[in-house]
Design a protein around this ligand. Structure first.
Ligand code: SF4
Length: 408
């Protein structure tokens, strides 16, 4: 197989390839780890979006993790997050064959497994071929590179925007202008019509969902709401802000969280641990083991970028602001972490270092500093949730046991 060109870009074959992998791996209990109605709605929404992307007439845009998908929805396209898909497959126990494929093709094992897994799915020709590939160097430039490789692989147009790290008037104008140009370039490349009113529409829908999302995150401060923090993490990862179905999902989660918070025994009690870094799915042995002893709150859904609404009067600039806020900027994340630890009553932090992720390694000293200042216990674990060759539960379990011992 030519490594740099996909052999057959027919979506029907690609769907068949993906189905075969999933069927061969139907060995794991896929039942939801929560009883939330919102989780079931999310699964259905995901399944619908994914199957739609394999239809021949669908317009599919490959995107990276934190791409401003409102721009994609404004053009009526389906964003396909190349990294999240590999994570989803790993949750279903289906990533091994893709990881093996990268090894057979000599892809370096030093690259993080999220990228290797995704690259493996592309090599196996299981993703629907994209009409366009979009990148914005977030959360890391390795993902942009993968997007670029994917565009060559599928011979699709590639567009990328650069997100500055510093937040000021100049950087906001610079990024907002790139986004304006990008939407027009996308429309031109795909011979589509674009109307600015579509941006206004998706921004309204994005904000409506965000309103419920933020109110749910607020309820978590003082209440123990099983499954809710996990669901916020999944909603953040799905990145469907701008879709009307996402409004319904966030509204349902808020209503369920509110109902739980009104129960007399819902007040926060027991020890609370903040999970920082890449997280496995809720049924993973590490999560199940920890959640027997402590309540786990995920940090990423509480980043300031995730609790900000867009400005309907200046959508591009506010999307730019959110994008800059998403950058792993040491000082901004430090301030956010300190605030989250205080307002959510955090007793300990688990710093999850995923194999090959340079970003998390760079952030770890800052997190340890915050823990020192706040007299919070922390544990750093080295894990790999995609490639089973790099992980053994027993190694991590000993460390978790010791951490829980000093926390209690
Ligand atoms: S795990 Fe780290 S290196 Fe890999 S794509 Fe995510 S941020 Fe980038």
């Amino acid at each position: 197989m030519n490594l740099f060109e996909v052999a057959d870009s027919d979506r029907k074959s690609q769907h068949r390839n993906m189905t075969e992998v999933l069927e061969a791996c139907r060995i794991q209990d896929l039942s939801s780890t929560t009883h939330l109605k919102a989780s079931r709605i999310r699964s259905l929404l995901n399944a619908y979006r994914l199957s739609k992307a394999y239809e021949p007439d669908s317009k599919v845009a490959y995107v990276v993790e934190q791409f401003p998908n409102e721009l994609v929805y404004a053009l009526g396209m389906i964003p396909w997050n190349i990294e999240s898909m590999a994570i989803l497959l790993a949750q279903y126990g289906s990533a091994d064959s893709f990881i093996n494929l990268t090894q057979q093709n000599h892809v370096s094992r030093d690259i993080c497994s999220f990228l290797r897994g995704s690259f493996g799915v592309i090599m196996a020709n299981c993703y629907p071929n994209p009409d366009i590939v979009l990148a914005n160097d977030q959360p890391c430039d390795c993902l942009s590179k993968l997007a670029n490789v994917a565009s060559k692989y599928y011979r699709s147009p590639f567009f990328s925007i650069t997100t500055p790290t510093e937040l000021n008037d100049d950087t906001l104008d610079y990024l907002a202008e790139q986004q304006r140009i990008l939407v027009k370039d996308m429309a031109a490349a795909l011979d589509m019509e674009f109307h600015e009113s579509e941006i206004d529409r998706v921004v309204r829908q994005s904000n409506e969902a965000r309103e419920y999302y933020c109110k749910t995150a607020d309820l978590l401060r003082d209440h123990r709401l099983p499954g809710v923090s996990r669901e916020l993490l999944e909603i953040f990862s799905m990145n469907a802000f701008g879709l009307p179905e996402n409004v319904q999902l966030c509204k349902t989660l808020y209503q369920e969280a509110l109902e739980m918070s009104n129960k007399p025994d819902s007040k926060k009690s027991g020890k609370r641990v903040l999970w920082a870094g890449q997280a496995p799915d809720g049924s993973h042995e590490i999560m199940r083991y920890m959640e027997e002893e402590v309540e786990v709150i995920f940090w990423a859904p509480l980043w300031s970028s995730n609790i900000m609404k867009l400005d309907p009067d200046d959508p591009y600039r506010s999307i730019a602001r959110r994008a800059i806020e998403y950058h792993w900027h040491m000082e901004r994340l430090q301030a956010n972490l300190a605030e989250v630890c205080d307002s959510y009553g955090i007793d300990g932090i688990v710093i999850s270092n995923a194999w090959g992720c340079r970003n998390m390694l760079a952030l770890s000293p800052m997190m340890r500093e915050v823990c020192g200042e706040k007299k919070i216990k922390y544990l750093t674990i080295n894990v790999d949730f995609i490639d089973r060759n790099n992980y053994a539960f027993n190694h991590v379990k000993n460390r978790i046991d010791a951490f829980l011992e000093i926390l209690m």
